[in-house]
Design a protein around this ligand. Structure first.
Ligand SMILES: Nc1nc2c(ncn2[C@@H]2O[C@H](COP(=O)(O)OP(=O)(O)OP(=O)(O)O)[C@@H](O)[C@H]2O)c(=O)[nH]1
Ligand SMILES: [Mg+2]
Length: 239
């Protein structure tokens, strides 16, 4: 059960029809699934080292609350509905554990997620170095470099404790070929932008995949047209 009073909604496993008695569940926060309507669901996963502010970012995003204390997460999931570029989106957000002892289910959610937020704290260089490890882990588990990702440098309000420059963050995002934001969960800076950017990444890839499919079927069509044309000519010449 998460802080927003969630109840088990669905689990992620290899099969879609598994019941929800498994150890790993996505939870529902504020609304019932029925109230969310039929719009597209996006499974988003929040990754990052312990204490960088993963839970704080999600809580600010969903309920405009900032948790002052660090309560290490095991696994929590939240569900919310927003509009992005005038299209509704149901978000299932999985808040993961930063601490290694809680990460047994990592491969499962790495496979099930559609988009990933890789977060670090600008006040903690080690968490920045870990960001690259998370990217490699996604790559290894999903066996593709083309996974929607957003890179986030959190705690931008703590400028006096900064250990990672904005330029270093930008440069890593260029390497990942993904959007980048410096956020402050404490002040709610750029929090909405992170989630919107991630959904846009997923939509963009889907649009590209649909276009690719269209092209393929057009190619397929012209192949058959070419094959058929000599028959047509032959048939006509017989008359
Ligand atoms: N000043 C400041 N503090 C923050 C910010 N985000 C989170 N914190 C604080 O950092 C601590 C850790 O935040 P959490 O959100 O619990 O971190 P987490 O990444 O979820 O940690 P794990 O669940 O252990 O992996 C808490 O005390 C938060 O209040 C921020 O943007 N600015
Ligand atoms: Mg947490």
């Amino acid at each position: 059960m998460n802080d927003l009073g969630g109840s088990a909604l669905w689990d992620i496993g290899e099969e879609d029809d598994k019941d929800d008695t498994g150890p790993f569940v996505w939870m529902e926060s504020t609304r019932s699934a029925a109230a969310l309507g039929p719009s597209r669901e996006y499974k988003l996963v929040m990754l990052g080292e312990g204490g960088v502010g993963k839970s704080a970012i999600i809580m600010q995003f969903i309920s405009h609350m900032f948790p002052e204390d660090h309560d290490p997460t095991i696994e929590d999931a939240y569900k919310t509905q927003i509009r992005i570029d005038d299209e509704p989106a149901n978000l299932d957000i999985l808040d993961t554990a930063g601490q290694a002892e809680f990460t047994a289910m990592r491969d499962q959610y790495m496979r099930a997620g559609e988009g990933f937020i890789i977060s670090y704290s600008i006040t903690d260089r080690r968490s920045f170095q870990e960001a690259r490890q998370f990217k490699q882990l996604i790559h290894r588990v999903r066996r593709t470099v083309d996974t929607p990702v957003v890179l986030v440098g959190n705690k931008s309000d703590l400028a006096h404790l900064r250990q990672v420059s904005v330029e270093e963050g930008r440069s890593l995002a260029r390497e990942f070929q993904c959007p980048f934001f410096e956020t402050s969960a404490a002040f709610r800076y750029y929090i909405d932008d992170v989630f919107a950017a991630l959904v846009r990444q997923i939509r963009q890839r889907e649009a590209e995949a649909a276009k690719g499919g269209e092209k393929k079927s057009r190619r397929h069509h012209s192949f058959w047209t070419r094959l058929k044309s000599p028959f047509r000519r032959k048939q006509r010449s017989e008359h």
